[in-house]
Design a protein around this ligand. Structure first.
Ligand code: COA
Length: 259
């Protein structure tokens, strides 16, 4: 059985973590295959957006595979954390938008994977949490950093230090979930629809927005200066000429024939 599935429809790649009997827990093989599928989506010029989801009806991803790391040394644990962090950073820094479609449990590494994506769409049955303290651990794939960015310090500390999950309604109120749908059948269509909205826009401008928002959280750079650079650079693109030309000619822009 393939542990991560890749499919493509109308320019959107769907990556499905496929270990439903283990709640789609992230073992090393899943991480490697997820990495491979993600690179495939990035390298495919027909793909403009990516959805990441979990197979089955119980979990997006219920975390790193606990049975796999139960006997790790400190060194092995550090190396696992570094590998997962690097992969999730590549997702966060992707120039193509990535949406997490979350149904059921998004715990530990599952919550961290969802947070590395640009947007999260959840079903009413979704549960987000960082339960690592119950295992005597802290999150290892960026959870302590991205949760603060998304929900703020007070709520992040509560979630991290109690280990208790939150439901979809609360995730939505906190800004962790962008949208909540009632049924699982609505989840992928909603994620698809949001990516299609982005497809209608200038792709270099969309990539610029995602990169600049990430820059806000980098202490080593001046986000305002980078915004100025990006703003100027885009004036030299065909997409800019098309977007402004279309506005002045009172027609809809067609960015997809422009590079
Ligand atoms: N790692 C490895 N296996 C996992 C797993 C994980 N993170 N999460 C679930 N599984 C496995 C279970 O061991 C079980 O396997 P088995 O049928 O071979 O025994 C299977 O998935 C189903 O899980 P189960 O615990 O029986 O389902 P449940 O409905 O009673 O509980 C959860 C669901 C998600 C609440 C529970 O599985 C859980 O707490 N998982 C761990 C979450 C976690 O701590 N994640 C952070 C890891 S760092």
């Amino acid at each position: 059985m393939e542990i991560v599935l890749f499919s493509k429809e109308e320019g959107i790649a769907q990556i499905t973590i496929n270990r439903p009997d283990k709640m789609n827990a992230l073992n090393k093989a899943v991480l490697a295959e997820l990495d491979h599928c993600f690179q495939r989506a990035l390298n495919d010029s027909e793909v403009y957006g990516v959805m990441i989801t979990g197979a089955g009806d119980r979990a997006f991803v219920a975390g790193a595979d606990i049975s796999e790391f139960s006997h790790y040394s400190a060194e092995e644990a550090r190396s696992l954390s570094a590998f997962g962090q690097a992969l999730f950073r590549r997702i966060e820094e992707s120039p193509k938008p990535v949406v997490a479609a979350v149904h059921g449990f998004a715990l530990g590494g599952g919550c961290e994977l969802a947070m590395a994506c640009h947007l999260r769409i959840a079903t009413r049955a979704a549960r987000f949490g960082q339960p690592e303290v119950s295992l005597g651990l802290v999150p290892g794939y960026g959870g302590t950093q991205r949760l603060v960015q998304l929900v703020g310090k007070a709520k992040a500390l509560e979630m991290l230090c109690t280990g208790d999950p939150i439901d979809a309604g609360e995730a939505h109120r906190l800004g962790l979930a962008n949208h909540v749908v009632e049924e699982q059948s609505e989840l992928l269509p909603r994620a698809h629809a949001i990516l299609q909205r982005m497809f209608l826009r200038g792709s270099q401008a969309v990539a610029g927005c995602m990169s600049l928002v990430n820059d806000f959280f980098r202490p080593d750079v001046d986000g305002y200066a980078l915004e100025t650079d990006c703003f100027g650079r885009l004036f030299e693109t065909d997409e800019f000429r098309e977007g402004v030309g279309a506005f002045l000619e009172k027609r809809k822009p067609n960015f997809r024939h422009k590079s």
